[in-house]
Write a protein that binds this ligand. Structure first.
Ligand SMILES: [Zn+2]
Ligand SMILES: [Zn+2]
Length: 394
């Protein structure tokens, strides 16, 4: 009989083994597409747990474990973890802190990999489901689109996944609870580069100059009207200019010929993204022209928005109530303006992306030099993934 709380209880039996694995991965972080040690560890563990097949090198350093249920079925589901770290220096002083200088598991992907290993161990042992579970360990989530690389390497052709589930630890959700919602979970994360060209010259004789710095100032101010005046107030749009390059700091009397602005745009809907692109071009063109400069916008699309599918989001919440307790499943939550490449999977197949809470007083946010994954949430996250598999393939 399907009982989600029993699943995380069963996984609690190997909590200390899993904690040791998590700390070992934390100790040896590997960056995008260089996750060779981590992938080898994952493959070795999956084999030891007795999964039916282990496929390595999927999307360069990705690994897929295949686990068949104890009865035939036509439906297969995917469970996903990301394995990569960030290029930043750890300052936690933990005994298992990174020994790979300049690299750190500051987003908790060490924990995600461990939780999926825990789910795989339980599922390979119990096999209390029909059909097949694919445990997908992807490379390069942080900016280098490892999910897309796995798809381009034939992930869905080789492993026909009918519903896909992934999770992320969430310091913004209380410890002991989880959050999932139907629709947007994370925003599309795009990059903008604006180049403004004028005519440089003497700072004391502006009448002979077309000042691109002045034009840039007006552009920076004017594009804030996109989020405040053009976006639907019930929708969310972020347009941020984060870096600016103009002139030379030790030269006080030369107006430069060119200014460069770099920034990011976050949207949840394709229509909003399209509107931002149009307005950016309009504002930059006309504002620069008014100040005697020319402007060019380069809009570089990053990860799309992570949009949960209704059925899978509801199923995750239902299973989660069994694992975390009915009062600890949050479905009324705002989406987050970070980016996530699980979005590519959710554009291709139905599924849901879930936040597992690790929020507590004094904790650090993800991508902080003092961040650490909270090992106490391993049985909950692993139990949630395994219980979703059992529910999906009941
Ligand atoms: Zn991250
Ligand atoms: Zn992450």
């Amino acid at each position: 009989m399907y009982n989600p709380s029993k699943v995380s209880e069963a996984i609690r039996e190997f909590h200390s083994d899993l904690t040791a694995i998590r700390r070992d991965i934390h100790n040896n972080p590997e960056h995008a597409y260089k996750e060779t040690r981590t992938a080898a560890l994952v493959a070795e563990r999956l084999t030891a747990y007795g999964v039916d097949e282990v496929h390595t090198g999927v999307g360069r350093t990705g690994v897929v474990g295949v686990i068949r249920g104890n009865r035939p079925g036509t439906r297969n589901i995917g469970l996903r973890a990301d394995m990569d770290c960030l290029a930043m220096t750890e300052e936690t002083r933990l005994p298992y802190a990174s020994q790979n200088k300049g690299y750190m598991h500051a987003c908790g992907h060490d924990g995600h990999t461990t939780m999926l290993l825990g789910a795989a161990r339980y599922l390979a042992k119990t096999r209390n489901f029909s059909g097949t579970v694919y445990a997908v360990f992807q490379p390069a989530e942080e900016g280098a689109a490892g999910a897309k690389a796995m798809m381009e390497d034939g992930l869905f052709e080789r492993f026909p996944i009918h519903a896909f589930y992934g999770l992320h630890n969430a310091p913004w959700v209380p410890l002991g609870s989880m959050a999932v919602r139907n629709g947007a979970m994370m925003a599309a994360a795009d990059r903008i580069e604006i180049t403004i060209e004028g005519k440089g010259g003497h700072g004391g004789m502006p009448q002979f100059v077309s000042d691109p710095v002045l034009a840039a100032g007006h552009v920076i101010t004017a594009i804030q009207s996109i989020a405040s005046r053009n976006a639907d107030p019930a929708d969310s749009v972020v347009v941020s200019i984060c870096a600016m390059e103009a002139g030379v700091m030790n030269t006080y009397n030369v107006i430069p010929r060119e200014v460069k602005l770099i920034g990011t745009v976050r949207t949840y809907r394709k229509e909003a993204q399209k509107m931002v692109i149009e307005k950016l071009n309009l504002i930059v063109d006309h504002t620069c022209a008014a100040f005697g400069s020319t402007g060019k916008v380069n809009f570089i699309q990053g990860y799309p928005a992570t949009i949960n599918h209704k059925r899978e989001a509801e199923l995750s919440a239902e299973v989660g109530r069994g694992v975390f307790g009915p009062e600890n499943v949050i479905t009324e939550i705002f989406p987050n303006t970070g980016g996530e490449d699980f979005a590519f999977f959710l554009e291709a197949v139905p599924g849901a992306y879930i936040w597992v809470g690790q929020g507590r007083e004094g904790g650090f946010p993800i991508h902080h030099t003092c961040y650490d994954f909270d090992d106490r949430i391993i049985p909950n996250g692993a139990g949630l993934l395994a219980a979703i598999a059992e529910k999906e393939l009941e």
